[in-house]
Design a protein around this ligand. Structure first.
Ligand code: CA
Length: 425
């Protein structure tokens, strides 16, 4: 039972009405509290909650199987490995402890001092240790736009695209948490008018509006996960900005796909929102024609209505919204992605990140990259502070925020943010 999701539930912790973190969310993350050790935690409103302190003080004693040190970790991996029934028990118990009708912690000032922190005063860390990062390419609108730009309208979608969720293996060592800035990559590229490749800082630095799901341990090598089983192997989701250097990418990608144009940085949001918390926001995926092969077929509502907005904030200027997309636009859902990933017997581990690919929608305002918004540099994007952009400049921060709202409750992911620093000499 998902008692944590009860829409009428209120917390004794103050929560603003438009907060991404009402008591119905209860995401999981890792942080360093003020002058203390790294802990696993959750968040209600603007209050970070130290779950290891809660556990040590006996608030989870009714969950006997919960290991003593499971929250005294610097990643969520061990907790994720415990599996969905345990994630559920912990979320339900946290909701119970912080329910407005429950006085056990509310009335204990000494305990509250050890457990509760202002989110502005804690340092968020990467939530998981990711052994493997996979990036799909599951938005038809994005694949069409890129295809039209590079191959023309007739050959926009590759022949395989509607038959399988195309993906590639990314780089996990350069996954960074929101707030960590990075330097503009340098590399080799070949401008259209150049005879030979040139070397230098990327001139066409872009973001990619994506979301990713984080898995738990899968089956043994050789065994597949079916579409019906897939959601049991998915812990939750984060916002993903899959930074891309378009000029490096364009020159290097043939024939093996993305490499140095992608692997210099991938930013993720720090709070993992569980699939259980997303349950009230389920929705239908776009119709699939042709019908996929049996191993990829799903029925019912297998995706989620999550609005995602992206913003550019130039140095010393104001933030401007540049697009609004939605997770529900994806042609391939997460169950299909995971079933396809493992159909050949490929194994997965707790903490693996599988990103959606750039999520674009039907309208220009829904395009999830500057490549599409500027149509490969042919258009200029005007920002609210008077600046103009085709691609990202040094000092620009790119921010993505995502939330769900079904008219009854609203939960969200917070933000993923990073600033582009100048290329290193
Ligand atoms: Ca991508």
């Amino acid at each position: 039972m998902l008692t944590a999701n009860e829409p009428n539930r209120k917390s004794w912790i103050e929560v603003e009405s438009n907060s991404d973190f009402p008591i119905q969310n209860i995401p999981f993350g890792v942080f360093i509290p003020t002058d203390d050790f790294t802990t696993i935690g959750t968040r209600i409103g603007n209050t970070a909650i130290d779950l290891s302190a809660l556990h040590q003080l006996g608030y989870f004693s009714e969950i006997e199987e919960l290991p003593e040190d499971v929250f005294l970790q610097d990643t969520l991996n061990d907790f994720i490995t415990l599996g969905r029934p345990m994630w559920r028990k912990v979320r339900n118990r946290v909701a119970d402890i912080f329910d407005s009708t429950n006085g056990e912690l509310k009335n204990n000032t000494a305990h509250k001092e050890q457990i509760l922190f202002d989110v502005a005063e804690v340092q968020m860390l990467l939530p998981v240790f990711t052994q493997d990062y996979t990036d799909f390419y599951s938005s038809m609108e994005h694949a069409m736009n890129v295809g039209i730009m590079f191959r023309g309208k007739e050959n926009a979608l590759m022949p395989n695209w509607k038959h399988l969720p195309v993906g590639y293996h990314g780089r996990s060592s350069s996954i960074i948490v929101s707030g960590e800035d990075f330097h503009r990559p340098v590399g080799q590229m070949k401008p259209a008018d150049a005879e030979v490749p040139v070397f230098g800082p990327s001139k066409l630095l872009d973001f990619e509006l994506e979301m990713g799901f984080i898995t738990t341990d899968g089956k043994h090598l050789g065994d597949r996960i079916t579409t019906d089983e897939a959601e049991d192997y998915i812990f939750g989701m984060v916002l993903v900005n899959d930074w891309s250097a378009r000029d490096i990418q364009a020159w290097e990608y043939v024939p093996l796909g993305p490499f140095l144009g992608k692997n210099f940085a991938t930013s993720i949001s720090p709070w993992v929102v569980t699939l259980d918390a997303l349950e009230p926001y389920r929705t239908e995926s776009p119709a699939q024609d042709p019908t996929p092969l049996p191993y990829l077929q799903t029925s019912g509502k297998r995706t989620f209505d999550i609005e995602i907005d992206a913003f550019i904030e130039p140095e010393n200027s104001v933030e401007s919204k540049i697009c609004t997309s939605n997770f529900k636009y994806l042609y391939w859902n997460i169950s299909q992605q995971l079933a396809h990933h493992t159909v050949n017997g490929c194994n997965i581990n707790a903490g693996d990140l599988m990103a959606s690919g750039t999520i674009s929608g039907p309208e220009e305002a829904n395009y999830g990259s500057l490549l599409e918004l500027s149509w490969r540099g042919a258009k200029t994007i005007k920002l609210d502070g008077g600046e103009e952009r085709k691609f990202l400049q040094d000092g620009d921060s790119l921010i993505m925020r995502g939330h769900c709202n079904n008219g009854t409750t609203r939960i969200g992911f917070g933000e993923v943010r990073a600033k582009v620093l100048p290329a290193k000499e």
